[in-house]
Design a protein around this ligand. Sequence first.
Ligand SMILES: [Zn+2]
Length: 305
Amino acid sequence: MKRFTLVSLSIMLMLLASLTGADAKLRVVATIPDLADMARNIGGDLLEVKSLATGVEDIHAVPMKPSFVILLNRADVLLLVGLEVEHAFLPALLDAARNPKILPSAPGYIDCSIYVTPLEVPHSIDRTLGDQHPRGNPHINLDPVAGKAMARAMADGLVRNDPEHEATFKKNLAAYLAMLDTAIARWQREAMPLRGVKFISYHPDLIYFAQRFGMEPAGTIEIRPGVDPTPSHIVALEERMQREGVKLVVRERHYPAGLAETVAQRTGAKLIELPVMVGGVPEAKDYVSFIDYNVRTMLKAVQGG
Ligand SMILES: [Zn+2]
């Protein structure tokens, strides 16, 4: 009887192990909430998804927490935007996490920028000057068409890591892309009044957004990506705004308010604040509502006069 109990117990444990094995969800860590939201759409119940950033941070400088190292240590898959936008925090976290599954050469390292052609690729770079965009402008998540390319790269990466569920990932991706297509068609209709509108921003976060909706970026408060403004730069920027009739200043919400307010006041421009990731404002609760928020806030600024 005793022997029977032990044998049945061990069989039960084996069964349980194989069951949990079959049920085990792929542990996915995304650098930003945009990627986490896309992953939930593409992977559904097959994934357990966590995001490092909450969306209110500067994507170039997400503050590192010990909990991130634990998450990355246990991850099966890492989702990153790529184009070195996470350069200031991700390499150090990956070093600390010691997880070979998600190192840059491993299948679990999913760079979601691979199907996007970057804009503003520099001819030469100098990191000593604080250059934050060594491989071109990495703020691709603000353009929903680039968002589709990110979702495709993500789905391909998930299939690579969990080929058994390829059909599910592909079906979910197709549904997600169709949903984005419907939203993109609506945004392009709604955003017609944005065409030709010139604006400045603190940092060139809105390059892809502007290109998508026909807006014209006319400069940044920063001298270059990651390089703080000087008084002479601001004078030149304000002169250009007056000369070119720039009536809109965008402050990305993680940049200081004072200077953007001053520039707007001195040039008679309207100042708006925009999130650069999902979660940057409460309304931007997923990728679609994030793009929605930015299109609507831009429209309100332009139409409100
Ligand atoms: Zn940047």
